[in-house]
Design a protein around this ligand. Structure first.
Ligand SMILES: [Zn+2]
Ligand SMILES: [Zn+2]
Length: 314
């Protein structure tokens, strides 16, 4: 079968590879791309195996054995480590990663599969993987006076807009800060107020959705005393970020990391996508072939927040 295989930094090749082997084989109909793919392509990533490696983690398709439409979640938690035992599978210490969506077929453990609701297209269902991480981030904000009516979001990329959509649905007033006019327009379409560059007023709850040190600091700087910052965007491994100690100590500012999602959050994301098409229509990018993927990864940057969809059958 044909697959896009990562051979090294910025070395992605479409080639014929042996059929995948595993518990369930899924024929891929849509694999969406995201900022993490760009990071993986450019710098490598700790969840990738040694080169050459399979690639692509937002995958939807059809089970070859049953014909059911499924989302292939990108990980299965071990279920036995201390973090799993305490109900936090998203930070499992020994997960099985399920990568390889940029291919005609992918093998997955049955535990990674989620049925796609009727009527939800595969390209939209694939977005349930990142949307589940947004569902998780909103959950990480709960408690500790953070049920704020006014919420700030730093970054209007796909993750920032996913957070915006969920927070607006909760009835909150959301302000999104992003330097790109197109992304501010998308945030406004989703019901938020948009601000150029920085959040100009303090919020009790702020989500960071960029993944750069300056954005982490900007999120903390825009948070009111006693407030909560949820750090959603991952910086490259090894990055150090410095914060003023004053707000953390004298204002009891809370910095909370948010990573990944649980299986229940994936199902919640699928239900949200099926219930309201506004978000996935806003984020839908062009449908491309496997061969067009390297150029699509290299071309990402400013402009509107869009998620190109790889259809390996194209
Ligand atoms: Zn992703
Ligand atoms: Zn575990």
């Amino acid at each position: 079968m044909r697959a896009a295989i990562l051979h090294g930094p910025e070395d992605l090749r479409v080639e014929d590879v042996p059929e995948p082997e595993g518990e369930v084989i899924v024929e891929v109909h849509a694999a969406t791309t995201c900022g993490t793919d760009v990071k993986m392509w450019r710098y490598g990533h700790r969840v990738l195996g040694p080169y050459p490696c399979a690639f692509g983690h937002e995958t939807a398709g059809v089970r070859v054995d049953t014909g059911e439409r499924v989302l292939v979640s990108d990980s299965v938690a071990c279920g036995t480590c201390r973090q799993c035992a305490s109900g936090r599978p998203q930070i499992c210490r020994a997960p099985t990663w399920v990568l390889g969506g940029f291919a005609e077929r992918i093998a997955a453990p049955a535990a990674a599969l989620h049925l796609i609701p009727d009527g939800l297209p595969a390209h939209a269902a694939a977005m349930a993987e990142p949307l589940a991480a947004a569902v998780h981030a909103v959950r990480r904000a709960s408690g500790s006076g953070s049920d704020a009516a006014d919420v700030g979001v730093v970054g209007g990329g796909p993750m920032g807009l996913m957070l915006t959509s969920l927070l607006v649905a909760q009835g909150r007033n959301v302000t999104v800060a992003d330097p790109h006019a197109e992304r501010r327009a998308q945030a406004e379409q989703l019901g938020a107020t948009a601000s150029e560059e920085h959040l100009t007023t303090l919020h009790e709850l702020v989500f960071e959705a960029v993944g750069r040190p300056e954005a982490w600091r900007a999120a903390a700087a825009a948070t009111a005393p006693g407030g909560v910052v949820v750090l959603v965007g991952g910086c490259p491994t090894g990055t150090e970020v410095s914060f003023q100690t004053g707000p953390l100590h004298y204002e009891e500012l809370e910095l909370r990391g948010s990573f990944h999602h649980s299986p229940e959050e994936v199902d919640e994301a699928l239900i949200a996508l099926a219930a309201d098409e506004t978000l996935w229509r806003t984020l839908r990018g062009p449908t491309i072939s496997l061969e067009e993927l390297p150029d699509a990864l290299g071309a990402r940057g400013g402009g509107p927040a869009k998620k190109p969809v790889v259809d390996p059958r194209a």
